[in-house]
Design a protein around this ligand. Structure first.
Ligand code: NAD
Length: 352
């Protein structure tokens, strides 16, 4: 366990169990050097406790890197609430999780993630102030989608030397909160969409609304496209999928897209431009952090739009240095985090 923490550079790991509500939760805090740790709360079923712990640790590190590259005064953290197998009172469970978050005294601020919704954040907010994405604040997904859209435009410009998305073929995996909003924008910009989702209703919606071509989940990797856009779950860029990919660019919202770090280099060797996940999908985090800080909508929009330019600069550096974009992004984020002094215990929300 400690070896796993050290390898990930994790600051601390917290566990909570509350038999009365069925709560079994983990909070992983990667770093508070740049400010309080911030990151979503997952609420999904896990095959084992080890799998849940590994997920929390990996995701927390990604959040630190994301906050650093977005120049937000935060470190990264992530919570995992293991979904109970039987019946349970969802509101009571989330309130219990809220008390757990509160016990960490503001070192960790929670938010929405896979499996959680605005009403869960409202339940958590009855117990702690260290929560965002409540019904008052709103869903960050449209901002994530906007950032991914800017990132796709930057990648298409860099790799395909095209200024517009008209006629650009985009294979979009996952039509959830982010994927569907992104599909709408891509369609409006003239892109041709190929889509897949485990949920056939969502696929039907995209076919009808955006003239998308439906593909079975296993067909999406090999489909001829300019951009493969993963907006489902993580670890989908692996030995198996890289061998199948038939695209020039990988750019999407999913967290932890590379199953292993070496897959960034494998993409480069195959001549596929990869937009590092935690940079292209930072729009939601930017919204959450700046909204709490009371920033105006125009400032949030400008920062999300800036994701495109940030990616262009990163692609150029990777080209110059002959390195994978994922490695360049990691080096940049690690340098920013290393430069930061230890968070001196300011009031967390005042530092957002
Ligand atoms: P979501 O749960 O609303 O949607 C995910 C969709 O992907 C679902 O429709 C699901 O059926 C589909 N899916 C899952 N596995 C699939 C597969 N193998 N093939 C095809 N479809 C599949 O999640 P979301 O909020 O839209 O987020 C999507 C991804 O982006 C996640 O990895 C999430 O961690 C990441 N992300 C989201 C945000 C945000 O603001 N919501 C921010 C940053 C990163």
């Amino acid at each position: 366990m400690f070896r796993q923490l050290e390898n990930a550079g994790l600051a601390d790991l917290h566990f909570a169990s509350d038999p009365e509500t069925g709560l079994r939760a983990i909070v992983a805090i990667h770093s508070t050097k740049r400010g309080p740790a911030i990151g979503g709360c997952r609420f999904i079923e896990y095959a084992s406790d080890d799998e849940a712990i590994t997920d929390a640790i990996r995701l927390a590190r990604g959040m630190s890197y994301k906050a650093a590259l977005a120049d937000l005064p935060h470190g990264g953290g992530k919570a995992v609430v293991l979904k109970p197998a039987g019946n349970f009172d969802r509101s009571a469970l989330m309130q219990s999780f809220g008390r757990f978050v509160d016990s960490l005294g503001g070192r960790y601020i929670t938010a929405m993630d896979s499996g959680t919704q605005v009403t869960d954040m409202d339940a958590i907010a009855t117990q702690t102030r260290w929560v965002s994405c409540t019904s008052q604040a709103g869903d960050p997904s449209p901002y994530t989608a906007q950032g991914v859209f800017e990132g796709i435009c930057a990648a298409v410009h860099h790799r395909l030397e095209r200024d517009r998305l008209t006629g650009v073929r985009i294979a979009l995996q996952g039509l959830g909160h982010v994927g569907l909003a992104l599909a709408r924008q891509l369609h409006a910009a003239g892109a041709q969409l190929l889509v897949s989702d485990l949920d056939r209703t969502r696929v039907g919606q995209a076919v009808q609304a955006f003239g998308a071509r439906a593909l079975a989940p296993e067909e999406i990797y090999a489909a001829p496209a300019d951009v493969f856009c993963p907006c489902g779950l993580g670890a989908i860029i692996n030995d198996d999928s890289i061998a199948q990919l038939n695209c020039a660019i990988v750019a999407g919202s999913a967290n932890n897209q590379l199953a292993e770090a070496r897959h960034g280099e494998l993409l480069r060797q195959r001549g596929i431009l990869y937009a590092p996940d935690y940079l292209i999908n930072a729009g939601g985090l930017i919204f959450v952090a700046l909204h709490h800080a009371g920033a105006p909508a125009s400032a949030i929009a400008a920062k999300v739009q800036g994701i495109g330019n940030q990616l262009t600069a990163l692609f150029e550096q990777a080209d110059r240095e002959g390195r994978p974009t994922s490695e360049v992004a990691d080096s940049r984020a690690e340098a920013i985090i290393a430069r930061a002094g230890r968070h001196a215990g300011q009031h967390p929300l005042e530092t957002l």
